[in-house]
Design a protein around this ligand. Sequence first.
Ligand SMILES: Nc1ncnc2[nH]cnc12
Length: 185
Amino acid sequence: MSQPNQPSQPFEITVGNVTRSLRLVPVGQMGFVPLVEFLGDSELTRAVAQALLPLIPEGTEALLTVVTNALPLAHELSDLSGLPYEVARKKRRTYMQAPLIQEVPGLTLGVSETLWLDGLHARRLGGKKVVIVQDVIATGAMATALARLVERSGGTVHGYLAAFKQGESSLPVRALQELPGRVEP
Ligand SMILES: Nc1ncnc2[nH]cnc12
């Protein structure tokens, strides 16, 4: 059943020669936001990674992302740039060794979450200049939690890259485009 105040117009984005109509999804009190989906869309993922490539700060030595939607993007960016990447999980896995555990307060598309970074992977970030890679940076809560994981791993945060920025966060984010933070029905 469609929701009473569902906006009917999707939000259109173009990156390189790829255009997508993003459907608007309801989020808490924010109204509706255009949903960015990289999963299952290798064409958009590649176009975004290619566009982000020149935005990777000089001197970057590694990338850090978080499951799930940003993962294909980080993978593609790693492939194009030759930079290694690490991935924070949202579930504990039994094979993790001394994982770093980091709480993320309330997120745009959900409630609070916990991040898990395998100790073996954390060690690979040690002493490195690390750039955080995300699909969308909205409040910056996830980006800040990832930054804490970098610091706790002994690395330094060298920048924040996102395909899209949404609303105002105080972080120095490099993004391709702005998404409307709230779409009125
Ligand atoms: N618009 C959006 N699409 C996908 N993931 C998001 N996370 C926060 N905002 C988002």
